[in-house]
Design a protein around this ligand. Structure first.
Ligand code: FMN
Length: 184
């Protein structure tokens, strides 16, 4: 099988977002593993309402990226125990492209709980999209101090969980991509 394609969705458009360097790190780690990846930034789509692209928004490009993906990693902060609204608007901009593809989650928080609640909510949403959420997940607590000056996780334990999570999504991607192709 050729190289897997697993883009990373950055799920907040907030000015000054600290989730962005975390998403960049996940992209770097995927590339180091030989995975083809893109950063899909919700800020580039600027959706204003469900199904209503903002000025300059190219939802066709988003759908092309999702269609080409073998799986998706979502990096999202927790906002009031939920996911950012702009992430939901972007996820709702497609449906068929997600079906029977694995999805993994990296949550980001300035607090101590690390956004575990946003991940649990995203499991429900992505199941409705007929995706396959993988069990291992990365929860980044105290994000201001989570990355070193080279943009990598300070804590080895976080890097270890990221490895476990990416091993899992890649396993599902290698199984599900041929399975989808065989049933088309
Ligand atoms: C509107 C809003 C709501 C937030 N709610 C939570 C929350 O429920 N739990 C939490 O741990 N952090 C919460 N935070 C803090 C984020 O964890 C913090 O901003 C962190 O840097 C990740 O978000 P960012 O990518 O926007 O920077 C909230 C931040 C904002 C802007």
């Amino acid at each position: 099988m050729q190289n897997l394609n697993i883009p990373v969705i950055l799920g907040t458009a907030r000015q000054g977002r600290q989730s962005e360097p975390v998403a960049d790190h996940v992209v770097d780690v995927l590339k180091a593993r030989g995975v083809i990846t893109d950063l899909i930034d919700v800020a580039d789509y600027a959706l204003t309402a469900t199904g209503e692209p903002g000025a300059g928004t190219n939802l066709d490009h988003y759908r092309e990226l999702i269609a080409a993906a073998d799986g998706i990693v979502i990096v999202a902060p927790e906002y009031n125990h939920g996911y950012p609204g702009e992430l939901k608007l972007l996820l709702d901009a497609d449906y068929q492209g997600y079906v029977r593809k694995p999805v993994a989650f990296v949550s980001v928080s300035s607090g101590l709980i690390g956004g575990t609640r946003v991940t649990e909510q995203l499991r429900l949403v992505t199941t409705a999209l007929r995706m396959v959420p993988v069990a291992p997940a990365v929860h980044v607590t105290g994000v201001a101090d989570a990355l070193d000056d080279r943009g990598r996780f300070v804590e080895n334990s976080l890097s270890d969980v990221l490895t476990t999570m990416l091993d899992e999504i890649e396993w599902y991607a290698r199984v599900l991509s041929p399975g989808r192709a065989a049933s088309e």
